[in-house]
Design a protein around this ligand. Structure first.
Ligand code: XMP
Length: 529
């Protein structure tokens, strides 16, 4: 399938990150991009031709969980070390360099994990401007013992080597992780590498991306081509739609489906914003009853997801086909489908862990009629979430969309434990609206990753006025997270919790008890189902 992306013609100043499987690899790319330098993550096994084709200004070898001396250790083509392009090795990347350039790496007598103090013992371009001792984040069980010829020690901890360099060959490496927030001055170190050592041009700016994407979409779709796009109301699909609409105007038709488990007033609100503020052409399909009928009697979380997913595809297909037929009889034809796929999914689907980590099912609309032969436009497939927000802001999109917390595709259905009924949806919509309102009023909405209410399948006794009540319990969940993969429960101010609780019990008929979820992820998940 032909895919529209941006990277295909990025000319210069790219930093290539070869991924050896570290959980922090994506973070390296994000940090580099914060300096407006474009960076891509490629699996370490990528062919040398592909690396060369990008004409990288620099190469970073990531960390990874393996030992370089293991038989099945992930390895890159060692020719990447011979390209006369600056190379920075991080953790496993350092060990890979040492191992393949004639030094030795062994299991360390003392594993280093967590905070460490690093002393710079030799001036290098990499450490220029860094002051005093470095507070760094370590995570390794192996260490370099004998350095390859031409390499010198540049930094050390009380236990072990922490940095090496061969400036003549333009190679630097650190045993710690400069990309993680725990490493103070890590950003400066990466900046030294990208901007000074590699002399990468900081031309990866929102304006540049927007302009290039619009031109590219215009060229691909042509003067007469038509496209459709499924809107969820969330930031990704909205930004994707706005970008494509900037390129082809009202030849983009957006489809927005009410699946019956949206938030309070969301169906009307999203339509209004999309049409009035963003000028998009939107076909809104109110299929709430159809979804709720299908959900009747279902309590299993995965079953709920399946039902909603399948029903969504059925509704979307019907609408897409109707638009397709209408266009066809008007002598036009829809040839493109816009999707809001993000870079982490792209990386994941080609990661060193293998293709088993394929793109998450909710990113595939799937099942579209084969005769429509739609080609994909994925204008965000080179972006991280925070970059999508930046682009959205630069496109002049309203904060209510850009700052929106993630909301799962199956919506409130996975926050109503037990059966999903119209009555329970309405109850949770009210409770949820109060949570959002209070979190926003306290100025916490963009500071927490997600904050919401969950309706429990539990009734308990209460007392209101002089009356005994026997009604539903609801849980409040608020978490802090970088990417949704791990999360800490948020210690919301007591006053905010107090207000949320008393408002829900006072205002939402059917709920008489509110509890607060204090489970982090792992071991919990963010959603309850
Ligand atoms: P969990 O609950 O797995 O959630 O910790 C991680 C992130 O993913 C969102 N989520 C979903 N998003 N379809 C989606 O589009 C789903 O089925 C789904 N389940 C969870 C969740 O809200 C959180 O941001």
């Amino acid at each position: 399938m032909r895919r529209l992306g941006y990277t295909e013609d990025v000319p210069t100043s790219t930093i290539v990150i070869l991924d050896f499987g570290s959980q922090y690899t994506q973070l390296i790319a994000r940090r580099i991009r914060e300096f407006n330098v474009f960076s891509v993550v490629l699996p370490c096994t990528v062919g040398l031709d592909q690396v060369r084709a990008l004409a990288p200004a620099g190469i970073i070898l990531s960390g990874g969980p393996s030992s370089v001396y293991d038989a099945d250790a992930p390895a890159a083509d060692t020719e990447v070390l011979e390209l006369n392009i600056p190379v920075l090795g991080i953790c496993y990347g350092l060990q890979f360099m040492v191992h393949h350039l004639g030094g030795t790496v062994e299991s360390a007598a003392r594993r280093e994990y967590g905070h460490a103090q690093v002393e710079i013992v030799r001036e290098t371009k990499l450490f220029r401007g860094l002051e005093g001792e470095l507070d760094v984040w370590m995570s390794h069980g192996d260490e370099a013992k004998i350095l390859p010829e031409g390499f010198v020690l540049t930094a050390q901890t009380p236990n072990a080597l922490a940095g090496i360099a061969n400036e003549e060959r333009r190679m630097w490496a650190v045993q710690f992780h400069p990309e993680v927030a725990h490493t103070r001055q890590g950003t400066e170190l990466l900046k030294n590498f990208a901007l000074d050592i590699c002399a990468a041009e900081p031309n990866w700016t929102p304006e540049h991306f927007i302009q290039a994407t619009i031109e590219r979409v215009r060229a691909q779709v042509g003067e007469t081509g038509h496209a459709i796009c499924g809107l969820s109301g969330g930031v990704d699909s909205s930004v994707a739609a706005v970008l494509v609409a900037r390129a082809i105007g009202n030849r983009l038709t957006c489809i927005f489906v009410n699946n019956g488990v949206l938030r309070k007033n969301e169906f009307a609100k999203v339509q209004r914003t999309m049409r009035e503020s963003l000028g998009l052409t939107v076909v809104a399909v109110d299929a709430g009853e159809r979804f709720l009928a299908k959900l009747s009697g279902i309590t299993d979380p995965e079953q709920k997801r399946k039902v909603i997913g399948n029903e969504f595809i059925a509704v979307f297909d019907d609408e897409a086909r109707a638009i397709f037929e209408a266009e066809k009889s008007a002598g036009e034809e829809i040839a493109w489908l816009v999707q809001g796929t993000l870079y982490p999914d792209v990386i994941e689907s080609s990661s060193v862990h293998g293709p088993s980590h394929t793109i998450k099912s909710h990113h595939n609309v799937g099942g579209l009629p084969a005769d429509m032969k739609l080609k994909l436009i994925e204008p965000l497939r080179d972006l991280f979430k925070d970059e999508v927000r930046r682009i959205g802001r630069d496109l002049g999109m309203p904060a209510e969309i850009i700052e929106r917390q993630p909301f799962p595709g199956p919506g409130l259905a996975v926050r109503i434990l037990g059966e999903v009924t119209a009555e329970r949806v309405a109850m949770l919509q009210e409770a949820d609206a109060i949570v959002v309102e209070e979190i926003k009023a306290a100025g916490l909405y963009s500071r927490v990753w997600q904050s919401f209410a969950v309706l429990l399948p539990v009734k308990s006794v209460g007392v209101m006025g002089d009356q005994r009540t026997y009604a539903n319990a609801c849980a409040i969940r608020a978490v802090e997270s970088e990417d949704g993969m791990t999360a800490d429960w948020a210690a919301l101010p007591e006053a905010v919790l107090r207000r949320i609780s008393s408002r829900i019990v006072g205002e939402v008929r059917g709920i008489n008890r509110v509890v607060y979820d204090i489970t982090s992820k792992p071991p919990g998940t963010i959603e309850w189902e």
